[in-house]
Design a protein around this ligand. Structure first.
Ligand code: ATP
Length: 319
């Protein structure tokens, strides 16, 4: 990609424990263009959240980044000193996580939390910061009077909106959203997704959108990447994803979710479980669960272009 906003290359993360090192992210590379929504999907435990936290360097021990680079606008985030790192978080790269309660301080009124983020990065006075906070609330559909509330006084949906508003406060170029609507009921999920899409169109930020729900990504993402056992195994434009998904794992995932125009087809899960991350099998990590597996799957398949802008790591569909 010529002018990528985010370029992650060869990124690996391990959790080091007594039983050994679990490689939760294994030599992952991908790019996000300015204003693009890249969706990242995969089963629970495949490393999505670890990757989300590695990008802005929010991982804590026992997680260790063991290789790679994370370039945002040309600079490698992994090389920044703490001061530079703090200055780009919120202002250039912001995060929205599944449970806004974790991001919001329970003993501070919402207004003070907004003001803190805004003032730390912009030097605005408190009154002006609160004005900006009120604008942001309106932007995401919260009554600005709510700035006087504590997080526990808000509904779950409103808390997610508040977390979204804080993430957008400094007009970052990239927002990482990790299951931002998963904890909400379906109606609220849809409402907030529509809000996110409208805001993105209006403000032009790029999104790395992480979810286990691939059907949601088909609606909201420009491109979709599928993660399995710590690796990206397929990547393709979202618009052609349903018809063109090629990797057997992706096809299994698609068959495990009701489609948008659900015609009552039976859903099938993927038998078996993901590979051990501590002692992964040689070759393709999906082979043990794959109906197409053959002898050559004992070697790791390369991640190759199988159609324009479409890559997959599978001997059966690739090289
Ligand atoms: N603090 C930790 N210590 C050790 N291992 C961890 C830790 N956090 C995550 N892991 C392991 O890393 C792997 C990837 O976890 P991660 O949470 O990134 O996956 P995920 O795809 O986001 O799953 P989910 O959708 O359930 O959050 C899992 O096998 C998990 O058990």
């Amino acid at each position: 990609m010529a002018d990528a906003l985010l370029a992650v290359e060869d990124l690996s993360v391990e959790y080091r424990g007594l039983r050994g090192a679990a490689r939760a992210v294994d030599r992952v590379s991908f790019e996000v263009a300015p204003g693009e929504v890249l969706g990242l999907a995969g089963e629970s435990g495949c490393g999505k959240s670890t990757l989300a936290l590695a990008i802005p360097r929010l991982l804590r021990a026992p997680a260790v980044i063991t290789s790679g680079s994370v370039r945002l606008g040309g600079r490698d985030i992994l090389e920044l000193d703490d001061r530079r790192l703090r200055s780009i978080r919120w202002s250039e790269i912001a995060m929205v996580f599944q449970n806004a309660m974790n991001a919001l301080n329970p003993v501070m009124r919402l207004g003070s939390q907004f003001a803190d983020v805004i003032r730390t990065h912009t030097g605005l006075g408190r009154a002006r910061a609160l004005e900006r906070a009120a604008e942001l609330c309106t932007l995401v559909g919260i009554d600005p009077a709510r700035l006087r509330s504590y997080p526990h006084e808000l509904s779950g949906g409103m808390r997610q909106r508040a977390a979204l508003a804080i993430a957008l406060a400094l007009e970052p170029k990239l927002v990482i959203m990790d299951e931002p609507t998963t904890a909400l009921d379906v109606v609220l999920q849809r409402e907030i997704m529509e809000e996110i899409t409208a805001l993105r169109e209006r403000l032009g930020f790029a999104v790395l959108f992480i979810t286990h729900d691939i059907s949601l990504l088909i609606e909201v993402a420009d491109r979709i990447a599928i993660m399995y056992g710590g690796r990206i195994v397929e990547q393709a434009p979202a618009r052609s994803f349903l018809e063109s998904a090629a990797h057997p794992y992706t096809r299994g995932l698609l068959a495990s979710f009701p489609s948008i125009d659900d015609d009552g087809e039976r859903l099938t899960g993927i038998p078996g479980s993901p590979p051990s991350l501590i002692d992964p099998p040689a070759g393709c990590g999906f082979a043990a669960r794959c109906t197409l597996a053959s002898d050559r799957c004992r070697e790791t398949p390369p991640f190759v272009e199988i159609a324009p802008a479409h890559r997959a790591a599978c001997w059966e569909v690739g090289a």
